[in-house]
Design a binder for this molecule. Structure first.
Ligand SMILES: *[C@@H]1O[C@H](CO)[C@@H](O)[C@H](O)[C@H]1NC(C)=O
Ligand SMILES: *[C@@H]1O[C@H](CO)[C@@H](O)[C@H](O)[C@H]1NC(C)=O
Ligand SMILES: *[C@@H]1O[C@H](CO)[C@@H](O)[C@H](O)[C@H]1NC(C)=O
Length: 502
């Protein structure tokens, strides 16, 4: 009996164990399905470009929180800014750092230079709890036609030196070298005829062979906006993703949007060099919201949402059906109001967020949030503006305007801008205020020989926003001890609640 009982118990135990085992198995299978389900093969990731040519800079930690709140897991930088990289440490966000074109000559001629660069800008961050640097962009559009070839010959030698440095740092398997190219590196009237510019054939052959041997993607920047902006014959609907009344027929393939047409031109160009299967990443793509006639909120929203939906649909292109780009990096995260306006005034207005991290329009990034989430805890300067004193004679203001708009951004005032049409006095006030905010609201900066005055009433009119600056000063917290105290008090109160609960 005793034995039987034990036997019975053992049997039950055994049965119980079996049940547990099969349940564990079931969980395991479920987990595997979930994991596979959340990383479907061939699905693109949506990342963003984080540029910082700006006079009003958010604290890097605020920007990283903005990325996290919007579930953005990939970010591309144009340099290796230590403040940005420090803020990204421990965030789990994958990072592409950049090497400016001006540094390519030095890196191409010396392995000491490339060793130092890797040590200073990669190795020290790629540690446990560090910044997850996955790519190094060697140059930024170094083959751009308007550079007249000045960086061209440095690219491959710099790549080779940096690759050796990565090997020496034991990082070559983890960090990939890439070269973001402008779409002007290739050309053709029909996608299937795509070829790299003749003078680039040799360099491109070396480049793609290098990329291929390292398992790196080809990175290209594609801008249907620029096609539309620079070409009055360009059919407007072809720049977007809603179908086109002017589709491009290429043999048996029909293209309904400029993005696919452009991408397949690259695919054909790569194919000509024998690398038709090379993975492609879109390094920059986007639409500006101000500073040109075709640059406005509704167009930017239509383009970016259309692009994201198109890419996430996994449709691919006629030459790569079912294979969308590996990743796309939207250009851009934030407006950068100190960028050169040489390409056009729109250049300062590419952000999906304004300079202060506020969403400009409704956009679903396809990353889990239905809408963009604004930056939190932005530290604004006080709510005050500098405007033209209405009681003063403003006839001799031209010189002030030149100085103000040289140092601050006035691009929205021009034709096609959101502040074009606020009148002569409005123009002057806008310029005064932009300057005043760039000068961190320094009282003298609103003087303008007595023509300016500070106001506490927001002078914004309609879509024309008179901004208030932000402060990126880390010391600003020191002036606001209340922040820290709130946190401490909250902790204490939570602690008390925890004990009082019982
Ligand atoms: C590391 O990157 C920063 C930012 O791009 C640059 O200023 C610095 O010169 C780089 N370090 C070296 C050793 O080149
Ligand atoms: C916005 O831009 C699009 C083209 O980019 C244009 O068709 C549309 O008219 C513009 N909207 C406004 C309100 O200017
Ligand atoms: C305001 O400034 C812009 C840009 O300089 C100009 O195009 C516009 O005509 C100005 N408006 C008036 C009323 O002077």
């Amino acid at each position: 009996m005793q034995l039987k009982g034990t036997h019975k118990a053992l049997f039950f135990l055994h049965k119980h164990k079996m049940a547990r085992l099969s349940r564990t198995l079931l969980y395991l299978i479920l987990a595997v399905i979930l994991i596979i389900g959340s990383f479907p093969v061939g699905e693109s990731a949506i990342g963003v470009n984080w540029g910082s040519i700006s006079v009003h800079r958010l604290m890097p930690s605020t920007v990283v929180d903005l990325l996290k709140d919007n579930k953005i897991k990939k970010v591309k930088l144009f340099d290796a800014d230590p403040d940005a990289l420090k803020a990204l440490m421990g965030s789990g966000i994958e990072v592409m750092v950049g090497i400016p074109n001006e540094m390519l000559a030095a890196l191409s001629s010396s392995t000491d230079a490339s060793d130092l660069w890797v040590r200073q800008n990669v190795s020290r961050y790629v540690v446990k709890g560090g910044a997850d640097i996955r790519y190094v962009a060697v140059g930024n559009e170094p083959f751009l036609t308007s550079y007249s070839g000045q960086f061209q010959s440095f690219v491959v030698p710099a790549l080779l030196n940096l690759q050796q440095s990565l090997v020496r740092a034991n990082l070559a398997g983890y960090v990939k070298l890439v070269v973001p190219c402008n779409a002007d590196a290739y050309e053709s009237s029909l996608p299937s005829q795509g070829a790299f510019r003749p003078e680039l054939t040799q360099i491109m052959t070396q480049l793609v062979s290098f990329l291929n041997s390292n398992g790196s993607p080809f990175i290209v920047n594609i801008y249907p906006f620029l096609s539309l902006y620079g070409n009055s014959d360009f059919p407007q609907d072809y720049a977007f993703f809603e179908g086109s009344t002017h589709p491009v027929t290429d043999g048996s393939n029909v293209y309904y949007n400029a993005f696919d047409g452009n991408l397949d031109t690259l695919v054909a160009a790569l194919n000509k060099l024998g690398y038709g299967q090379m993975p492609i990443v879109i390094g920059e793509v986007g639409w500006p919201t101000d500073g040109a006639v075709g640059a406005n909120l509704s167009a930017a929203r239509a383009f970016n949402q259309g692009l994201i939906n198109h890419v996430l649909s996994n449709k691919g292109t006629p030459l790569r059906p079912g294979v969308p780009p590996m990743d796309i990096y939207l250009f851009s995260l934030l407006d950068e109001e100190a960028k050169s306006t040489l390409p056009g005034n729109f250049e300062r207005h590419w952000g999906i967020f304004s300079f202060d991290g506020q969403a400009k329009y409704a956009l679903n990034l396809g990353l889990g949030n239905r809408l963009l989430k604004n930056a939190r805890n932005v530290e604004y300067l006080p709510s005050r503006w500098c405007v033209a004193d209405p009681s003063k004679d403003l006839t001799n203001v031209a010189n002030h305007l030149r100085i103000a708009c040289g140092a601050a951004d006035c691009t929205t005032l021009d034709y096609g801008g959101s502040c074009n049409g606020i009148g002569a006095k409005g123009n002057i006030s806008y310029a005064f205020n932009s300057y005043y905010q760039v000068q961190m609201q320094n009282a003298q900066s609103c003087d303008f020989d007595g023509l300016g005055m500070v106001t506490f009433r927001d002078p914004s009119v309609g879509d024309c926003r008179f901004l208030v600056g932000v402060t990126d000063s880390k010391n600003s917290l020191a002036f606001r001890p209340s922040h820290r105290w709130t946190t401490i008090w909250t902790s204490i109160l939570w602690g008390m609640w925890f004990f009082l609960r019982f």
